[in-house]
Structure formats: C-alpha cells, structure tokens
Ligand binder design. Structure first.
Ligand code: HL5
Ligand code: SIN
Ligand code: MN
Length: 270
C-alpha cells in the first residue's frame, strides 16, 4: 500500500490521515484473539482501569504475540510510514487501548511528543503513529478526537503534574492541556474524530492534540497504536531508562514483509 501525493499532503496539513478498511475481517479476528491472549499475560505491561477490574491498555504485544510482530512489518503499515517519515524506522512504542464497553475511561487531551520528550528525552518529534481499529469506531464508543492542524504549534505544555496517575506508563492526564489551551487551538480549525469499520487505519502526528471520551456504549473500542521512530532519533536518557514495554529497545531498522502478515505467519506465500 502506497499513499498518494494528495494523502501525504493531507497528513502534513491536518496532522492525521484515515484510510478505511485496510485489514480484512480474518486479519482483524486474529489480532483480536492475540490481544485476548496477551491480556492474560501477567506483568506491568497490563494497565487496568482505575474504577473497575478491566484492562485499560496493554503495551508491547509485538514482544509476545507473533501476529503483532508481523503486523508492524506489514507493507500496509510500514510502506506509508516510510513515505511520511523516512526509510529507517523502528517501533518506539506499541500499545492497545481497550476502551471496554460500559465504562472504558477517557484519555485526556494531550500531545504524545510532550510525554516522550519529558520521560525519555526523545530529541525530536520524528515519529508517526499508526492507529489500527480492532473494532468499528463510531460516535458512541469513545472515538479518538483530533484537533486539526494543532501539530503545527509544537509542544504546548512543557511539564508534567507532580503526581503521576499511573506508575506503569505516563497517562495523558499528567500532561493534559488546560481548557484555555484547548479552546484556542480548537477555535482555529475545529475537531475531527475519524470513524470507520474495524481494520481501518489512522496515521497521526506525535504533535497533534488528541484525546477521547469515556465509552458508555455496549461496544468495546480496542485500538492499537504503533509508534514508529526514526532510527537516528534515539532517546538520550540521563537517569534510569523507562521499562522496555513502554520504550522498545530494539532500534534496528525494520524490514518490510513481502506479503500481508497473516500470509507470512501461515507460510502461505513468498
Ligand atoms: N502512555 C505513553 C507513554 O509513553 C504516553 C502517552 O499516548 C501516549 C501520552 O507512557
Ligand atoms: C492515547 O493517546 O494513547 C489514547 C487515545 C485513545 O485511545 O483514545
Ligand atoms: Mn496519545
């Protein structure tokens, strides 16, 4: 899959780009099954909701589940990322935000690069986020909301709260924009929430302001987010590095699979 010039321009203008129905139903089923399996692996990579015993997010599933190890090298993910960023990229972070039905909690308004600059001393915002819908996303199940064009403003917030919401990862709550900051940015070009069938993909900038509301619908909203970073832009830790489930240590350039990930996994082709 290659993006057109028009799609590339739109990504850079808006800060995000939705491509609908990239993965087929069978692929999505396998990814969901691999996620369910991964939720049962005990460890700090599983983050629970505050108010109930449900999974909020799982980090680094590509370290444990072959479906995700394949997906990050799939031509439909990696080829567009190279077009948007550069040829030599690796996965800096991979997470699945589960947003369970009847109560998946909100993700506060934030910019990802603010988190990574503060927590990992990541030198530059040379990343592309790839969001893969593991469920259909609609207006009811807590879609991600983007503030169009907000990536052009650079980091809006420069510090984090004294208290961390989570000890396992940096929750967006810790670097949330103030109401004034958000209102100013929204006044410029408004908000958009990309929606679509399971298997759709949204590419988004590490500097775009985004967040999402709670999910009070009867439908889950499982969303995978793989963040690719330029291999020449490694974290410059000063103190103790964060755990490898939040910041991956395998920084070698990824090679593109020559077929879709399931075909390679099942040895079907090439
Ligand atoms: N949870 C991430 C981390 O690196 C940061 C957030 O959406 C990305 C802000 O700990
Ligand atoms: C995030 O930015 O990681 C949260 C977005 C979401 O899952 O809605
Ligand atoms: Mn984010």
């Amino acid at each position: 899959m290659h993006l057109s010039e028009e799609q590339i321009t739109r990504y850079h203008e808006d800060g995000f780009l939705l491509v609908e129905s990239v993965l087929d139903d069978r692929e999505v089923e396998r990814l969901r099954a691999a996620f369910q399996r991964d939720c049962r692996v005990h460890g700090p990579q599983v983050i629970r909701e505050e108010s109930r015993d449900e999974v909020r997010a799982v980090y680094a599933s590509h370290h444990r589940q072959p479906e995700y190890a394949g997906l990050i090298r799939d031509p439909r993910m990696l080829a567009p990322v190279r077009q948007l960023l550069t040829d030599d990229v690796y996965v800096y972070q991979l997470k699945i935000n589960a947003k369970p039905a009847f109560g998946g909690e909100k993700w506060s308004w934030h910019q990802d690069y603010v988190a990574w600059r503060l927590a990992d001393r990541l030198p530059a915002p040379l990343q592309v986020n790839v969001g893969v819908f593991l469920d259909a996303v609609d207006e009811f199940n807590g879609p991600m909301i983007f503030v169009s064009g907000s990536h052009r403003h650079g980091p809006v917030r420069g510090s984090r709260t004294a208290e961390a919401k989570s000890a396992q990862h940096l929750d967006p709550e810790d670097i949330a924009l103030t109401p004034d900051q958000l209102s100013t940015l929204v006044a410029e070009r408004g908000m958009v929430s990309p929606k679509g069938p399971a298997g759709s993909i949204v590419f988004f900038s590490p500097e775009i302001v985004h967040g999402s509301a709670p999910n009070m619908s009867p439908f889950p909203r499982r969303l995978l987010i793989a963040t690719y970073n330029d291999t020449a832009n490694l974290p410059s830790w000063t103190g103790e590095p964060r755990p490898d489930y939040v910041v991956c240590r395998d920084t070698g350039p990824l090679r593109i699979l020559d077929a879709p990930f399931l075909d390679v996994l099942e040895g079907v082709s090439a």
